[in-house]
Design a protein around this ligand. Structure first.
Ligand SMILES: [Zn+2]
Length: 379
């Protein structure tokens, strides 16, 4: 019923645009109920809108990020049709509540059409400005501030190791041993902007490492670059950086300043004697997954991923993530490059798009505790 009326109103809208015979609806950002978004918006009624959700470039991974804000003077209901073009609805829409907490819309507030090509959201919005998005909105500024605040709280060293295509700082945090020759762990995150569960997981992982990682940090050096793609976050991109390159296909080509910044920092540290022993790269996908190296026995430390997963299993009370060896082995990902370059394990840590946020936290605590236990060989 609602889709039929929407199509009618769309037809009416286009008819009035062409004939000029009917009153034209105000712009999305005018009137009593307003919608603001980076996506192209068409108003179809006093409080109903269509948003064209489109990627920054194609071909691209089907990660249809969307975000918008609705502004209203009084509490109202509003409908927003997300039109994905050739792509399909993927993320459970979330609304920011007063106080800042995000809550997923209930399933009956989301109606899917055309096998996912369109999704209509039935929203209840309080007076003021309310954000709705594919995942929690973590802006570039908020992410940079988190890094500064975390480094400060943990008494880790924060530095700028380069700039993005658009000139935003790429921040690195260094923790642990000051010895030039200490074994080096590389922690990466933020390559793909919509993968917010990866960012939330990485934050909890780092907080746990700071609180409980003492024995590991005495012997190891840790280099953390948690926000590799500030431009993509700024742009509401699905996947790429401002150079329209998938950064996790640029480890080897190093055609982009973001990946080059990490490479240069690793070169600097290894030339001073550091020995890279492990890389963890935080992402999100459809389910909790650990992408581990295909040939574990040939890497040093040998069988790290197996030992780590076994230790996670011993610590974590929930369902263990899916473990997959050798995923994307033919592609220039950070994981593959790290293993080839240093003969050491690289692991891609993926959280599920809709994994409960408490489960993300609990898993991340287990990841960090298991890492400390395996690398310090504690029972
Ligand atoms: Zn990713």
């Amino acid at each position: 019923m609602r889709s039929a009326s929407l199509l009618l109103s769309l037809a009416a809208l286009s008819a009035c645009v062409s004939s000029g015979a009917l009153p034209v609806q105000p712009d999305c950002t005018a009137g009593a109920v307003q919608l603001y978004s980076g996506a192209t918006c068409v108003r179809t009624g006093p409080s109903s809108f269509v948003l064209a959700v489109r990627p920054e470039s194609e071909p691209i991974n089907p990660s249809p990020w969307f975000a918008f804000e609705i502004e209203t003077r009084e509490h109202t209901s509003a409908t927003v049709m997300l039109d994905y073009g050739a792509f399909s609805h993927r993320y459970q829409p979330k609304q920011r509540l007063a106080g800042g907490r995000w809550q997923a819309l209930s399933p009956d507030a989301v109606e899917i059409f055309e096998r996912g090509g369109r999704a209509e959201l039935y929203l209840s919005v309080p007076a003021g400005r309310t954000a709705v998005a594919a995942q929690e909105i973590l802006t570039r500024e908020e992410r940079a501030e988190w890094n500064r605040s975390f480094a400060d709280r943990a008494r880790f060293r924060l530095s700028e190791i380069g700039r993005s295509v658009n000139g935003h700082p790429i921040l690195a945090i260094e923790a642990g041993s000051h010895l030039d020759t200490a074994p080096l762990i590389l922690i990466l995150g933020g390559q793909h902007p919509p993968e917010v569960p990866g960012t939330l997981g990485l934050r909890k992982f780092l907080e746990t490492l700071a609180q409980e990682g003492g024995p590991l940090l005495e012997t190891h050096r840790v280099l953390i670059v948690s926000e590799l793609n500030p431009d993509g976050v700024d742009g509401g991109f699905w996947r790429l950086n401002s150079g329209l390159v998938d950064l996790n296909r640029d480890w080897g080509p190093f055609s982009q300043p973001e990946t080059r910044a990490v490479k240069a920092e690793l070169d600097r540290l290894t030339q001073a004697g550091a020995r890279p022993v492990l890389m963890l790269d935080f992402h999100a996908t459809r389910q909790n997954t650990l992408y581990t190296p295909r040939h574990e026995a040939s890497l040093d430390p040998p069988e790290f991923a197996s030992l780590w997963v076994a230790r996670i299993d011993a610590i974590y009370e929930g369902v263990l993530p899916h473990v997959s060896a050798g995923h994307n082995d033919e592609r220039p990902t950070a994981k593959v490059w790290f293993a080839e370059q240093y003969g050491a394990p690289g692991i891609t840590v993926e959280y599920g798009d809709e994994t409960a946020r408490q489960e993300i936290d609990a898993l991340s605590v287990a990841f960090a505790q298991a890492l400390v236990a395996v690398l310090t060989d504690r029972e």
